[in-house]
Design a protein around this ligand. Structure first.
Ligand SMILES: [Zn+2]
Length: 141
């Protein structure tokens, strides 16, 4: 019997492991390699970057599972053997352009990473100064 991942109200994919495109994300794959969705060989499969489930687009049917050790991501993204956390931190370096959640959490502002101090990230909003926040509230552009 076919199994499917869920969809949140706003049409965002929600994997069985609770991953969404905003969290660890999904990458298009051909076999065990990250692909681009414009490749003629791509057959609509995405790999969940949290649990490795393979999901068919657009039906959301679960069609398999990859072991991350076998998954090859395109540089400069995650490399074999690296954990998701390491990958996430690698993606944000000083001056990385980002969106940051401010105020009550419904407003996103554009800025650049100014300082990374452990769990604490300072984002430079330009004329509006800086905001200090955590990784959860930052999305890379
Ligand atoms: Zn998943």
């Amino acid at each position: 019997m076919p199994e499917f991942i869920a969809r949140r109200g706003d049409d965002t994919w929600l994997c069985r492991c609770d991953n969404t495109p905003d969290r660890d994300g999904f990458v298009p794959v051909i076999g065990r390699r990250e692909a681009t969705t414009t490749s003629i060989r791509w057959r609509g499969r995405y790999c969940c970057l949290r649990c490795g489930r393979l999901v068919a687009w657009p039906t959301r049917q679960i069609v398999g599972q990859l072991d991350f050790a076998d998954l090859t991501l395109r540089p400069p993204r995650r490399v074999k053997g690296q954990t998701i956390m390491e990958y996430e931190q690698d993606r944000l370096t000083l001056r990385t352009p980002v969106r940051v959640r401010v105020g009550d959490g419904h407003i996103w502002r554009f800025g650049q990473i100014a300082t990374i101090d452990g769990e604490r990230y300072v984002v430079d909003l330009g004329r509006d100064g800086t905001v200090t926040t955590t990784r959860d509230n930052i999305r890379r552009l």
